[in-house]
Each structure stands twice: as structure tokens, then as C-alpha cells.
Write a protein that binds this ligand. Sequence first.
Ligand SMILES: C[S@@+](CC[C@H](N)C(=O)[O-])C[C@H]1O[C@@H](n2cnc3c(N)ncnc32)[C@H](O)[C@@H]1O
Ligand code: SF4
Length: 392
Amino acid sequence: MIEAPLFAMPPKALYVHIPFCSSKCFYCDFNSFVSSDAVRAAYVRALLVEISMLHDEQFGVHARPKLETIFFGGGTPTLLTSSEFTEVAKHIHALYDIGDETEWTVEANPGSVDRQKLSALWENGVNRLSFGAQTFNETLLQVIGRLHDAHDVEHSVHAAIEQGFTRINLDLMLGLPEQTLADVEESLHRALQTGVSHISAYGLKVEENTPFYKWQKEGLLHLPQEEAEVEMYEYVRAYLRDEGFAQYEISNFSKPFDEARHNLMYWENRSYLAVGAGAHGYTGNQRYENERSLSAYSEVIRQGKRPVASTHRVSATEAMEDTMMLGLRLQQGVERKRFFSFHGQELDAVFGSLLTTLCERGWIAQNNERVWIPPQYDEVANEIFSLFVGYL
Ligand SMILES: C[S@@+](CC[C@H](N)C(=O)[O-])C[C@H]1O[C@@H](n2cnc3c(N)ncnc32)[C@H](O)[C@@H]1O
Ligand code: SF4
């Protein structure tokens, strides 16, 4: 089996993980910690070193390659002070070619940004913000452990627009405890009134090691029935479609041309650089995960090494399965031309018989250009993905 051409494509996306939060939300198992200013400052120092090490290893000390997208995720990246953020941003600018066309997103918690911080983000090249609104129902916000209220979302988005940001996403959550369809409608209504151009709507996942997980085991978490959550999802799709948002991925909706290009890199199975505690990256034929704990992360860097905790060598066949599984999340599906350019083989030569079976069931549609899951089958998407895993 030949190695995939994909493995030779240089990464054009950078993910930076900022693992700090003011408090932990009851449902969240993202790698983030409630820490002191001193711990955060030490983390930033280690992060700067890691950014250099990764750059030099990938491209050589003198290269200044172009980045198409940058994403600061968390945790709460906006917990960095303006000067900490500026320091990291300037370092990235020094090592990489970043132009106006580079999409640079920062995740922000509502209420965690003021004019000064927004201005620091903007001045350093950030041109897209993603706020975790989750819901506009005040009681629900408390039930899920958020520190902000619904007005904070409105004020933060308003301040961001005043600063000049035109590309703003709001995250919403569905299937929250005792959430009703009326709550979802109210949240959508208020979300769109802020003027944002992108919405991510995630179904609640009860993750291990979260208070929600414990409460569910104790019978204290009253979640909507599965059918009710499906109804919420369908409602969101119809509502946003009527408001001029296109659904371009299972959980993502945008105004025309406002898709999250960074996330498209993941779904198109392109490689990407990642730095920060617990960050996952994909370079060459290797997926890697960084040390999750702040102490291990900083210690390994102090020893002059990249803080990689584990690596996984992706085989050429696994890469093809990934391209299908990830790409079928997109409304436009997997482009045949891209499949060939990534893997050096025609899509039909590899997955032809599986695609024929799925087409007969109606679960997959295809034409000369691409294959995709028809929108009415999005609810069986996970079942469809699982058929590609280990198929080759
Ligand atoms: C990395 S989080 C962080 C964003 C930011 N810290 C915030 O909370 O505003 C990104 C999004 O993932 C979603 N999320 C986190 N945990 C989830 C879970 N257990 N189930 C579903 N969605 C979740 C939330 O909508 C959240 O806004
Ligand atoms: S949802 Fe966001 S703010 Fe809440 S704990 Fe997770 S990363 Fe932190």
C-alpha cells in the first residue's frame, strides 16, 4: 500500500489550547483548570517555548510558513491578560506568515471580555470570536454551572461588534436538564437578535468525571427524553434555515461564506499543528496528544523536549477511513477529487461496494463530484460512520 499524499502536505492550521477557566461547568470535561495568575503566567512561558519547538521541528528555524487558520480554544482563552495574549500572538506572528486572509478565532466566555481585551485581540490579528452562550434561560444557565447570565452574552457580542468583529459564533446546547422546546426557541431568537453569523448547536453529552455524570448515576439529573432532544435539533435546523443560515455540518450553521474554516480543516481530514496542555495535533502520518497536566506539560518543556504524551501512527488505510468519517459530517460530504488528491486512489476503487450498499438504503447520496449523507439521515450519521471504521 502506498503512503498517502496527504501525509506530505504541510499543516496550515494551528490550534492553541488555553487550559484555564474561572470555574468548571457541571457538564464539561475539557482539559481546563481553575488556577492562579502565577500558574497561568508560567504556562504562557512554557507555551512560547513549545510554539518555537514545534515550528522549528516542522519547518526549520528560518522558515516563516503561511498559516490559513489559527484557533485559540480552551478552557477560556480570554482569561489570558491582554499582555499575555499579545506576547503569544506576537510570537506566532514572528514565526509564521499571517495575513488578513488568515482566519484567527478565539473562544471567549460571555462576560470575560471588556473593550480593552477585545481591542488587544483585534490589534493582534484575531478576526473571529466564539462565545459559549449555551442557553439564554437564566435558570438553566445556573443549573449547568455557568458564571454568566443571558445579558452578558448580549453585552459581549455587542462589544465585539463595536470593536469591529463581524465573524462571531455562539455555542448553544440542546438536551439540557428539563430544557423545553420553548427554551430552545427563546435561545435561538435571542441569539440571532445579537447579529451573529454562526451558530454551533451541541447535544449535551454526559461525560465521565463531571458532576453531571455523578448526578445522573444518583438519579438527580432530569434530562429530556431522546425524542424530545431530536425534536429540539430538528427545530434548530428549521429555524436557522428560515433565518438564512446554512447547515454545513451536523452541529454547525452559518450565514453564507461564514463557515469556520479552521474546523473545516479537521472535517476535511487535513493536518494541523497543536500546542498547549492536552492539545491534539496531526502532522505527517502522526496524530499526537500533549501532556494534559500543567505540571507534566511544563516539566517536559523545561527539559527541552516537546510535551508529547502519546503518538499514533496513522496508516494509509486508516487515513482513508478518517477522510470518510470526518467528511461525511459535512453537508457537502466528501469530494471525489479531494479523496484522490489525499490518498492517490479513486473513492470508488476503495469504498465502492460499501457506498453502493449505503446508497441502496438511501443513507448516502452521490454524484460525479461527491458523496454525502442526505439531511434526513443525519440522525443515523453515527451508525453510518461506524461502517467505515475498520472497513479496510
Ligand atoms: C471548549 S468549550 C469552550 C468554550 C468556552 N470556554 C465557553 O464555555 O464559553 C466549547 C463548547 O463545547 C460545548 N460543550 C462542552 N462540553 C460539552 C458537553 N459535555 N456536551 C455538549 N457540548 C459541550 C459547549 O457548547 C462549549 O461552549
Ligand atoms: S464549558 Fe467552557 S467555561 Fe465551562 S468548564 Fe468547559 S471550557 Fe470552561
